[in-house]
Design a protein around this ligand. Structure first.
Ligand code: CDP
Length: 223
């Protein structure tokens, strides 16, 4: 398989990271979860009691506590200093605040630079909100994954139950809708389908079916 770049964007809980991980494994590419980076920065602000609105201080934190990503089979682990914060960044408190932190231009510039470095040699599956539009505009394959908000809330509900988080289906639906709104309406790199991205509506599709569909798209593009 040629070392192409595959960009997968889409709204919250649309299944991006699950299918991106499988594709990376099957193609033997690296997987980069850019959402984890915005979550890590949000977590840093939380533990250092920096206001989510304080762009300058948050950028200062990124400089003071470099966030490190370790590629392991099946994904990426996230560290600050020596602490592995891979699980902590999935907490509901981080999820609630991340869109506010991710809207800051200077925060985005710093993280996009890291993401572009990780992707520069190709052979990468990267998922997020602005990968096809901003981070990897020349990616050979761009996918925009969507699903109904009901189905996305249902998926997150099942995921949360496995982790012991207690949010109700209605609360999750509201939180997802709010995050979609903030991510789509921010000024810097809003969530939007790249012109050359292919839309895949995963409502009612299994993970295997979505992976199969994306592989068909990769083949149709000549890779
Ligand atoms: O997995 P989930 O759909 O919950 O979200 P995520 O991919 O972990 O991303 C968390 C948040 O980070 C998003 O809601 C966005 O606010 C932000 N994000 C972003 O702005 N740009 C990216 N490339 C990736 C994530």
């Amino acid at each position: 398989m040629k070392k192409i770049s595959i960009a997968i964007d889409g709204p919250a809980s649309s299944g991006k990271s699950t299918v991106a991980k499988i594709l990376a494994k099957d193609y033997q590419f690296i997987y980069v979860d850019t959402g984890a980076m915005y979550r890590a920065v949000t977590y840093l602000a939380m533990i250092n009691q920096v206001a989510f609105s304080d762009e300058k201080k948050i950028v200062g934190l990124i400089e003071e506590y470099p966030i490190r990503f370790e590629q392991v089979p099946g994904g990426q682990r996230v560290f600050v200093n020596q602490s592995d914060i891979t699980e902590e960044i999935r907490s509901q408190a981080v999820t609630q605040a991340v869109s506010e932190v991710a809207a800051h231009q200077l925060v985005r510039e710093k993280l996009v630079e890291i993401q572009q470095k990780l992707g520069e040699t190709g052979g990468v599956v990267m998922d997020g909100r602005d990968i096809g539009t901003t981070v990897l505009p020349n990616a050979e394959v761009k996918i925009f994954l969507i699903a109904s908000v009901e189905e996305r809330a249902q998926r997150r509900y099942i995921e949360n139950q496995a982790k012991g988080f207690s949010a109700s289906f209605e609360e999750l639906k509201e939180a997802i809708s709010k995050r979609d709104y903030l991510d789509s309406h921010r000024e810097v790199s809003p969530l939007v389908q790249a012109e050359d991205a292919i839309l895949v509506d995963t409502t009612g599709m299994s993970i295997e079916q979505v992976v199969k569909r994306i592989k068909e798209i990769v083949i149709a593009k000549g890779f």
